[in-house]
Design a protein around this ligand. Sequence first.
Ligand SMILES: Cc1cc2nc3c(=O)[nH]c(=O)nc-3n(C[C@H](O)[C@H](O)[C@H](O)COP(=O)(O)OP(=O)(O)OC[C@H]3O[C@@H](n4cnc5c(N)ncnc54)[C@H](O)[C@@H]3O)c2cc1C
Length: 208
Amino acid sequence: MTQKADTNFKREAKRGSHDFKLACQVLDAGKICHVGFTIDDQPYVVPMAYARQGNQLLIHGSVASRLVNSLASGLRCCVTVTHFDGLVYARSTFNSSMNYRSTMVFGTARLIDDPDEKRKSIQALVDHLMPGRRADLRKSTIKELNATSLLSLPIETFSTKCRTGPPSDSKSDMDAPVWAGVVPFELTAGEPVDSPDLLPGTVRPDYL
Ligand SMILES: Cc1cc2nc3c(=O)[nH]c(=O)nc-3n(C[C@H](O)[C@H](O)[C@H](O)COP(=O)(O)OP(=O)(O)OC[C@H]3O[C@@H](n4cnc5c(N)ncnc54)[C@H](O)[C@@H]3O)c2cc1C
């Protein structure tokens, strides 16, 4: 029998949480995840787009994808979403750190084969990744839908870890005459770049 993932925090357990709402906040704030799984004793960690829908994580890929087919056949996985929030400059190398939020979801994904659920799941992905975009796009064709596999991973076994705030220096380092603090990092959208073959007069939508 396969063992359930161990989600007990070992180091810096005070930064850990099993709160569903907090996990949802971390998941909803991201666009990419890393999907970890093992085939023939070889671990793989694959970056993917994702969306959360209620208590499910949705990922998609080509019907020919090894990852998708492996997970669809019941291979256990771990999906991690990470936000890098800052570099923590402490007064020693040892206490230097990063501010972050990360959530790990463990389990077995289900292949979504009901056409209606599949279409809705693709819509949820588009709404999460490119909010506002869906209304402007044509419907996916049957051929396109058939070329895409959708997987749903229940957010049941999960953990979240966050570090925030200033450095935690040792008392013995507090006299060091070096700067200490945090340099925040943030992922932001840049200025949109028009496609070179844009139809003349096409207006940039507000949702960009
Ligand atoms: C951006 C970033 C950078 C980091 N850099 C480092 C680094 O350089 N060195 C370092 O030691 N640690 C780093 N960490 C923390 C690292 O992710 C682990 O939390 C840490 O190594 C503790 O491991 P452990 O052996 O105690 O826990 P494990 O025994 O490996 O974990 C036990 C369980 O705790 C939960 N858990 C552990 N870590 C996380 C997490 N990050 N998010 C959600 N759940 C978690 C999982 O459910 C896991 O199964 C970083 C985290 C982030 C997000």
